[in-house]
Design a protein around this ligand. Structure first.
Ligand code: NDP
Ligand code: 8X3
Length: 255
C-alpha cells in the first residue's frame, strides 16, 4: 500500500504527540500535525525527522474552535497535503472538576467548543478529502467519560458522551463512502490532561495518578496504529482501554 496521509489534531502533547511519533516509526504514514502551539509542533517535527529521516511531516497552527479558521486552513492546505486518508480527532480538554452548581460556564464553553464543536468542524472540513481516499478512516478520541458519568465530571462527561454519539452517527452517515470510523476510549492516561483540567496545578495533577500505573500516550498510540493496520474489510468500531489498576470511571486500585 502507498503511504497514507494522516491528520492529527492536538498533536502538540500527550496522545496526539505519541500518535505522531508511533506512526512515524511505522514508516507508512505522511504526517499532518496541528494544534495551537505551533512551536511545539515544529520541535516535534525536528525530533521525528531526526529519528525517522524519511518521514514527510507538515505542521500548521489550528484552533479547532474557530470554524472559519478550520474551513480556510483545510481548504488552503498545499496540494501535496490534500490527499488525506486518515483523520485522528484527538484535540480535546477538560476544565475544572466541580459539581454543576459550582461550575464555571466559561469552562463549559471551552470544553463544548473544543471537544464537540471543534471535532465537528474538523470532520466536516476534512470529509470531502477523505471521500477521495480508497483507505479513509476517522478515529475519534472519546473516553471512559463518554461511557460513564463520574462525580463532578458533568460537562466533560457530556462532551465525551456526545463524541460517543457522533462516532456512531459518523459510522452511519459515512458508510456509503467506505470511510471507517473508530472510537478510542481511554481511561486514565498520564499526559498534560490533568494539568490542563486543574489549570496548571501540577501537584493536583500528579495526585490523580499517584499509587497506580496509568496508561501513557504510547499505549494509546500503539492501539491506534494497530486499528489503522487492519485490512480494508475490517473496522474496529469501539475500544475501551484502561490501566490495569482502573476498573471503571471511579474505581481504581491505589497502592
Ligand atoms: P493533552 O493536554 O496532553 O493534549 C491535548 C491536545 O489537544 C494538545 O495537543 C492541545 O494542543 C490540543 N488542543 C486543546 N485545545 C485545542 C484547540 N482549541 N485547538 C486545537 N488543539 C487543541 O491531553 P491528552 O493527550 O490526554 O488528550 C488528548 C485527547 O484524549 C483529548 O480529546 C482527551 O479528552 C482524550 N482523553 C484523554 C484521557 C487522559 O486521561 N489523558 C483519557 C481519555 C480521553 P494546544 O494546546 O497546542 O492547542
Ligand atoms: C479522561 C479520563 O477519567 O478523567 O477522559 O475522564 S477521565
Amino acid at each position: 500500500m502507498m503511504k497514507r496521509t494522516v491528520l492529527i489534531t492536538g498533536a502538540s502533547s500527550g496522545i496526539g504527540e505519541a500518535c505522531a511519533r508511533v506512526l512515524a516509526g511505522e514508516g507508512s504514514y505522511r504526517l499532518l500535525l496541528c494544534a495551537r502551539r505551533i512551536e511545539r509542533l515544529d520541535n516535534l517535527k525536528k525530533a521525528i525527522l531526526t529519528a525517522y529521516p524519511a518521514t514527510e511531516v507538515y505542521t500548521f497552527e489550528l484552533d479547532v474552535r474557530d470554524r472559519m479558521q478550520v474551513e480556510s486552513t483545510i481548504e488552503n492546505l498545499p496540494d501535496a497535503w490534500k490527499n488525506i486518508d486518515i483523520l485522528i480527532n484527538n484535540a480535546g480538554l477538560s476544565q475544572g472538576l466541580d459539581p454543576i452548581q459550582d461550575g464555571d460556564p466559561d469552562d463549559w464553553d471551552r470544553m463544548i467548543d473544543t471537544n464537540v464543536k471543534g471535532l465537528l468542524y474538523v470532520t466536516k472540513a476534512v470529509t470531502p478529502l477523505l471521500k477521495k481516499s480508497a483507505h479513509a478512516h476517522i478515529i475519534n478520541l472519546g473516553s471512559i467519560a463518554g461511557k460513564e458519568v463520574y462525580p463532578n465530571g458533568n460537562v466533560y462527561c457530556a462532551t465525551k458522551h456526545a463524541v460517543d454519539a457522533l462516532n456512531k452517527a459518523m459510522r452511519i452517515d459515512l458508510l456509503p463512502f467506505g470511510i471507517k470510523v473508530t472510537a478510542i476510549n481511554p481511561g486514565m492516561v498520564e499526559t498534560e490532561f490533568s494539568e490542563v483540567r486543574f489549570k496548571g496545578d501540577k501537584e493536583r495533577a500528579k495526585a490523580v495518578y499517584q499509587g497506580l500505573t496509568p496508561l501513557c500516550g504510547d499505549d494509546i498510540a500503539e492501539v491506534i496504529a494497530f486499528v489503522l493496520s487492519r485490512p480494508a474489510h475490517v473496522n474496529i468500531n469501539d475500544l475501551l482501554i484502561m490501566p490495569t489498576a482502573q476498573a471503571n470511571g471511579t474505581i481504581v486500585n491505589r497502592k
